[in-house]
Write a protein that binds this ligand. Structure first.
Ligand code: ADP
Length: 499
């Protein structure tokens, strides 16, 4: 490195406190890392002796080392404390200095100070204050240099990351990291968007927010909402980025579970529609089966005569064969459709299913300002049922109720859900404040709907699910308007109750 501009660029870009002096020790230039450490800017330093940067008691030995280095015996290497404008600042560093001969300029000395360790009180006041503040707040927080290099993490973050006690991020010590050094703490799958977002933030000097997984030890990571804000000086200059990491792992995982539940409910709805369709297909077999029975009777008649009519019997039997095969085909198709939906009974708690279903509907209900009042019996016994199918029934009743209350815009938009039980049954009642049911005798018919967009299969499927569980689904109009749907299922008994 012989060109003075190259040396200047090196000093400027160095993440470590660095400065240049002439052969007499007179400062020519100092970089911003030195200014951050000491509070003294390049312009103030220019023309003064760099030895003045060293605290008084370390100065004699530094002066000796500096004279020896200049005499050409070796490069400078001393461990000293650097002082700053504030009496609090006393940063222990190792100063390394090299002399260069630069054509046209003469001898230039380049100095770099490497932090040995950097306890809080040795930082410039702002950083010290920042560190102290971030350390007492109970959330994970950190700050980064304006360049984007994470410089410090607070106690909460350090303990989550399991950083060893003497770790540079705990003290805000500058070890020459880059704006990507922190990626080693982030889940590899999140690197691309973490990199993109952080660059955008640094480029625009704007608040940035993103969700990513931060690792605490190999193989274990949690989701965080990371928010970074620029911290500016009075004149608007960007000083640091201050950030917080908010743990959203539980909410994120609950959201994922909810998506899975929604998908399962949607699938159950499909399966139930198939059940309904296959019910109509079953009509397809009633007709050929009646023909089979008629033909079998006829064949018997033709054969039981005194002189049996073999030809007629033969054609009746051929008819049986034909219709039998048609039924066989229909049965085969139906078996294929039914295969996927073996009822999967287990012990369920109706109150839990209601809460799960309401979670699925929550965004819709909130958007439509519909209030749900719950009155769930705390002693509700369990029941044996297919949880997915029962969820589907509850979902359908709650959806119908919310559509009913929306129709009657003047009334209070409220749905009441109540659970109760008797010696043998568990009941859920879903009440709404709509107009009530116009044609109660028809609503459980398949494909009956009074809605423009309705399919008219929800209630018929729901009733068949209730009946398949040995229960019932009934509807009543309420006196002051609105409707009540009651789903009743047999309660399960504990072994002690059965004796
Ligand atoms: P869909 O709602 O898709 O039309 P459903 O089987 O769920 O099919 O309901 C059939 C019909 O029953 C509805 O079209 C509506 O006329 C009536 N119905 C269902 N729930 C209610 C309710 N809570 N209040 C009034 N009428 C209802």
């Amino acid at each position: 490195m012989t060109d003075s501009t190259e040396i200047g660029a090196f000093v400027q870009g160095s993440p470590h406190p660095s400065w240049l002096s002439d052969s007499n020790g007179c400062c020519i230039y100092a970089n911003s890392a030195l200014e951050r450490l000491t509070g003294v800017g390049s312009l103030q330093l220019e023309g003064s002796q760099w030895l003045d940067l060293v605290v008084g008691e370390d100065r004699p030995q530094t002066r000796v080392a500096w004279h020896e280095s200049r005499a050409g015996t070796r490069s400078l290497r001393v461990r000293v404390c650097i002082r700053g404008t504030s009496p609090d600042i006393c940063a222990p560093v190792e100063v390394i200095g090299f002399g260069h001969y630069v054509a046209g300029v003469g001898e230039l000395w380049l100095f770099t100070a490497l932090h040995l360790h950097a306890p809080t009180h040795q930082h410039p006041p702002l950083e010290a204050q920042l560190q102290a503040t971030l350390n007492i707040i109970p959330v994970q927080a950190w700050y980064a240099l304006a360049s984007g290099t994470i410089a410090f993490v607070n106690e909460a973050t350090a303990s989550y990351l399991r950083l060893p006690q003497p770790h540079h991020l705990r003290y805000g010590a500058d070890v020459g990291g880059t704006r990507e050094s922190h990626l080693s703490y982030i889940h590899p799958e999140d690197h691309p968007h973490a990199r993109r977002q952080w660059s955008a933030c640094l480029r625009k000097h704007e608040v940035g927010e993103l969700q990513l997984r931060i690792m605490s030890e190999p193989g274990s990571a949690r989701w965080f909402l990371v928010r970074a804000e620029p911290l500016r000086a009075r004149n608007g200059d960007l000083l640091f980025w201050v950030g917080v990491n908010i743990d959203i792992d539980d909410a994120k995982r609950a959201g994922e579970a909810l998506d899975v539940a929604k998908e399962r409910i949607a699938r159950a709805a499909q399966v139930a529609t198939i059940v309904e369709l296959s019910t109509s297909i079953s009509h397809e077999i009633v007709q050929p089966l009646s023909a089979v029975v008629a033909n079998a009777r006829a064949a018997l008649n033709w054969l039981s005569r005194e002189s049996p009519n073999i030809d007629r019997a033969k054609s009746a039997i051929e008819g049986i064969l034909r219709d039998g095969m048609a039924v066989g085909n229909v049965m085969h198709e139906m078996r294929r459709l039914f295969k996927q939906q073996e009822p999967n009974r287990s012990t369920i708690q109706m109150n839990d299913l209601i809460v799960q279903v309401l979670k699925v509907l929550e965004p819709d209900l909130r958007d439509r300002n519909i209030v749900v009042s719950l009155n769930l019996s705390t002693e509700l016994p369990n029941t044996e049922a297919d949880a997915i199918q029962i969820q589907q029934v509850l979902l359908n009743l709650a959806r119908n109720a919310s559509e009913a209350v929306l129709e009657r815009a003047s009334s209070q938009k409220e749905i009441k859900i109540r659970t109760l039980f008797s010696d043998h049954e568990v009941t859920v009642e879903v009440e709404d404040s709509g107009f009530g049911i116009v044609t109660p005798e028809r609503i459980f018919e398949a494909f009956f709907t009074s809605k423009d967009e309705g399919l008219g299969v929800g209630l018929s499927i729901s009733r068949s699910i209730a009946e398949a569980h040995g229960g019932a689904l009934v509807a009543t109009n309420l006196e002051d308007g609105g409707a009540r749907f009651s789903l009743t299922l047999p309660r399960s008994f504990s072994p002690t109750e059965m004796v």
